[in-house]
Design a protein around this ligand. Structure first.
Ligand code: GLA
Length: 394
């Protein structure tokens, strides 16, 4: 069933009682054209919000109790606002983590009822968790009249992910969910949060997401390790070049001088990030000039860097990229997001999609024993209220 504001509100009333009239908020997942593992290195990214989103319906209650219902699991979770802690079931953490961050920022919250639904595939690297965090935060901001800006919400949602999901992620996913603009990508500087919207005119091509259906269990710890390796590289460069704060400020020559002799693996990780930042800046120019094939070539280069230097790919992702690599109907393809599973993003000629999938789906099944899912993504607006705003002032 298609999720709409009216069926969210009706289901909320069924679950929680008719005296409550909820606020319904939609917050999207994201794709990222290029600029992977650059956000937590204070670099650049080129993401866009998509037409798959998390939805919440929220209304405050008079007590300290938070009651969440997750439609995907047909399950309730009840928590006390005064003792918020990460829990073993992963899904309540995205809501609880946000409430916890608001409390830590000094906001006086009351309890609330929340219905959660959505159509962002979970574990596919499309930021379903950021979508839930941003939807929740946006709704609580409205319902309790907290007057947070979208930029503040992006940071709070990121902190929630660190504290309650254990992933020391960058700000890209939350920023994109909150700031997305229909038919535009966001050229975002993750250090200053300066951004510009760049029109995404794909001229007969589409963004096709191919889902490996691999969910890697070690991805959170491997992600955090990559981040630590980057920080180690920065610390070594900083001993010699004090103004350096992040890989954003580091050059290839600095890495060769100060990191390579100490640890070739850390060098390799940092080198990928430094190269990727340059690639993104050029790719953004390609996009503005309308040179989609130059942009596409850089996406393949990014994949090779992520696979061979940063080592966050897996055989299934590599298979999907290699399968389309020499196909003239595919301008660019690469693994997307944190890695170790999830989706590849492909810029594919619209007319060729069906034929390509006809051969790819059985080939993938044969090579990996897994079935392939795919989505054709449209670029949509970021987080927004779907029902009228109702601010509680109590
Ligand atoms: C995940 C994280 C993001 C970003 C990407 C890799 O999606 O949540 O912050 O680091 O991986 O680019």
């Amino acid at each position: 069933m298609k999720i709409t504001e009216s069926n969210m509100a009706a289901r909320f009333v069924e679950l929680f009682g008719s005296e409550t009239d909820p606020l319904v908020v939609r917050s999207p997942g994201r794709v990222n054209i290029i600029g992977e593992h650059t956000d937590y290195n204070e670099g650049f990214v080129l993401p866009a919000a998509i037409d798959k989103a998390a939805w919440v319906a929220v209304a405050p209650v008079q007590t300290n109790t938070v009651t969440i219902y997750a439609a995907a699991y047909s399950a309730f979770f009840v928590a006390d606002l005064s003792v918020l802690e990460p829990v073993r079931e992963h899904w309540p953490n995205y809501v609880l983590g946000v409430a916890d961050q608001l409390k830590k920022s000094g906001f006086e919250l009351r309890g609330f009822n929340l219905l959660l639904d959505g159509d962002v595939p979970i574990g596919a690297g499309l930021s379903s968790s950021a979508a839930v965090e941003c939807a929740t935060l946006f709704a609580l901001n409205e319902v309790f009249g907290l007057q947070l800006t979208r930029g503040e919400m992006a940071h709070l949602a990121q902190q929630a992910e660190h504290a309650f999901a254990g992933v020391n992620c960058g700000v890209m996913d939350m920023f994109t969910s909150l700031f997305g603009k229909k038919d535009h990508v966001i050229n975002l500087d993750c250090r200053s949060l300066f951004y510009e919207y760049v029109p995404l005119d794909l001229k007969g091509y589409k963004i096709v997401l191919l889902n490996t259906n691999v969910h890697h269990r070690l991805s959170a710890s491997a992600y955090n390790t990559r981040r630590e390796q980057c920080e180690q590289g920065v610390a070594w460069v900083k001993e010699q070049v004090p103004h350096v704060e992040a890989l954003r400020d580091v050059t290839g020559v600095m890495l060769e001088q100060y990191v390579l002799p100490r640890d070739p693996l850390i060098y390799q990780r940092c080198r990928y990030v430094v190269d990727e930042n340059h690639r993104l800046l050029q790719a953004c120019r390609d996009l503005k000039r309308g040179d989609l094939s130059a942009l596409g070539k850089k996406m393949f280069d990014t994949h090779d860097g992520l696979s061979k230097m940063y080592e966050v790919s897996c055989t299934e992702l590599d298979f999907l990229v290699d399968f389309v690599r020499n196909n003239p109907a595919v301008l660019g393809a690469r693994m997307m997001g944190g890695g170790f599973g999830g989706c590849t993003i492909n810029i594919m000629q619209e007319e060729a999609i069906e034929t390509l999938l006809e051969s790819l789906i059985p080939a993938y099944q044969q090579a990996t024993g897994l079935s392939l899912s795919y989505y054709i993504a449209a670029v949509e607006n970021g987080t927004g209220c779907m029902t009228k705003r109702k601010t509680e002032t109590a």
